[in-house]
Design a protein around this ligand. Structure first.
Ligand code: 5GP
Length: 208
């Protein structure tokens, strides 16, 4: 089997990609809440919050965390589930109030590969919205549903056929579109100096 080409990304690369794209997200979507998909979405969400707080009036912008796993086998996952199914490892805590409802919710992850994870997150969060709606009289539900928006931000989008389409009306932002390489993120590195050194060499040799 052909070896997958790797591309190393540094903390500074990620920071700068986020800094570049945030003004557009602030202007076009202006999120009320960030939902970070763990673990890869945590660092990007935290960095983006700094820039969003700078660019918007929303100084108390919160990050909620959800955990989804597709590539990493979890103890107890069957061979069938691994690679085929997205497994929830953490979710929003049940909240009797409006957690997502009526808000502009920005889902954050590090990479959009096959899009399976993002599609799962979005579909499940939309189901949560329907559950939250049940706390309101039917006459108010349509307006509340219409007010509830979702957008997606990923640091990297791989240019490749996706396994799922995002629902119409979902805004989508990527820090950078890249070829179908395997991205090595800095938080996966044991030796960060060596990672950064090799990342500099990668950049000298080619740009995806
Ligand atoms: P998808 O559901 O879009 O196929 O994959 C999303 C998840 O797979 C990401 O959140 C990430 O955990 C993992 N993943 C996909 N491609 C890459 C990659 O190039 N590098 C790393 N480190 N993880 C990846």
């Amino acid at each position: 089997m052909a070896e997958v080409q790797h591309w190393r990304v540094t903390y500074n690369d990620i920071h700068n990609l986020i800094r570049n794209v945030t003004p557009k997200i602030a202007k076009d979507f202006n999120p009320d809440l960030m939902v970070a998909i763990g673990g890869g979405g945590f660092f990007p969400a935290r960095v983006m919050r700094t820039f969003l707080r700078e660019k918007t009036e929303n100084k108390s912008l919160q990050i909620q965390a959800i955990g989804l796993s597709l590539y990493e086998p979890l103890p107890g996952s069957t061979q069938e589930q691994i690679g085929k199914e997205v497994v929830r490892t953490q979710w929003l805590s049940p909240n009797p109030g409006k957690q997502l409802l009526g808000k502009r919710n920005l889902i954050v992850d590090e990479v959009d590969d096959t899009r399976k994870t993002l599609n799962y997150a979005l579909t499940e969060l939309q189901k949560d919205v329907e559950v939250e709606l049940l706390n309101y009289p039917e006459s108010e539900r349509e307006a509340l549903r219409a007010e509830t928006k979702f957008a997606i931000f990923v640091v990297h989008n791989k240019r490749k056929p996706k396994l799922a389409e995002l629902p119409e009306g979902t805004s989508y932002y990527a820090g950078e579109d890249v070829d179908d390489l395997w991205l090595d993120y800095p938080w996966e590195a044991i030796n960060i100096e060596e990672h950064d050194r090799l990342a500099t060499l990668d950049k000298k040799n080619a740009k995806p």
